[in-house]
Design a protein around this ligand. Structure first.
Ligand SMILES: [Zn+2]
Length: 219
C-alpha cells in the first residue's frame, strides 16, 4: 500500500515529528521521519523546528533519482542515506522513524542487543532487537550497519546514537518506536536489580502467531 505524495501525507509526517517531541521519544530536531510515496521518499528536512514546519518544507527523494538527489526548499535530513537504503533493501517497509530516545540510546552506548526480556519484542519480528555498529551520523557506513541490524526486524538500536523503527505504515512505525523505547526502559530497569529471564525463541514465535490474529496494528 503506497501512499501519495500529498499534503495530507506530509502533514502526517509533521504531526508524527511533533508527537515524538511531546511523548519524549525525541528531543529538538535530532530525529527524522520519512514515508515511501508514489513519487519517492518524503522526509523531514535537516535542522528545521517541527512546530513551524509546513508540508511544502519537507524534502522529496524522487523515485528513480540519483542517490542523494532531492527536491524541496531545504536539504533532506542528514540521515537520508539510511532512509534511502532501508527502502531499497526492504519492500515491506513504507515508513521510518529515527529518534534518540533516552533508554534505547543508553543501551546503544553499552552496545547491547535487547533480548526477549518481554514478549512484546515479538512485534519486531524476532527474539532480539539488534544494536548496529557505530559509524558517524550521515555516513554510508552507518547506513550499511543499520540495514544489517534490521534484517528480518522492524527495529534496531544504533551504537552510541539512538534507534530506528520501521513499519508498513507511519502509524505502525510510530507505534513500534514507542514500544521499542518501552522495552529498552523495562530492560534497563530490570538490569538494575538482577538478570532478567529471557523467553525462548519458540515462545516469541508463538506470541507473534497469536498477535497476528488479534492485535490491530501488529506487523
Ligand atoms: Zn540520529
Amino acid at each position: 500500500m503506497i501512499v501519495q505524495n500529498s499534503t495530507a501525507t506530509r502533514q502526517a509526517i509533521i504531526e508524527a515529528s511533533r508527537e515524538s517531541n511531546r511523548n519524549g521519544l525525541n528531543q529538538g530536531t535530532s530525529g527524522n521521519i520519512s514515508v515511501r510515496t508514489d513519487e519517492g521518499v518524503v522526509i523531514t528536512p535537516t535542522s528545521r523546528a517541527y512546530e513551524t514546519m509546513k508540508p511544502e518544507d519537507l524534502a522529496l527523494l524522487p523515485l528513480g533519482g540519483a542517490y542523494g538527489a532531492y527536491t524541496g526548499p531545504y536539504k533532506p535530513s542528514s540521515e537520508w542515506r539510511f532512509h534511502s537504503d532501508i527502502y531499497a533493501a526492504r519492500s515491506d517497509v513504507n515508513a521510518i522513524v529515527h529518534v534518540h530516545a533516552t533508554y534505547a540510546t543508553v543501551l546503544s552506548m553499552l552496545r547491547k542487543d535487547i533480548p526477549a526480556c518481554h514478549y512484546m519484542i515479538a512485534a519486531f519480528g524476532g527474539p532480539t532487537i539488534r544494536c548496529a555498529d557505530y559509524a558517524i551520523f550521515g555516513s554510508k557506513e552507518l547506513s550499511d550497519a543499520v540495514v544489517k541490524a534490521l534484517e528480518g526486524r522492524l527495529g534496531c538500536i544504533m551504537g552510541t546514537h539512538g534507534m530506528i523503527a520501521v513499519g508498513k505504515t507511519l502509524d505502525h512505525a510510530m507505534w513500534l518506536a514507542v514500544e521499542l523505547e518501552n522495552l529498552a526502559k523495562q530492560y534497563y530497569l530490570a538490569l538494575q536489580i538482577g538478570e532478567p529471564v529471557i523467553l525462548a525463541d519458540e515462545e516469541i514465535a508463538r506470541v507473534d502467531e497469536r498477535m497476528k490474529h488479534g492485535y490491530g496494528i501488529w506487523g
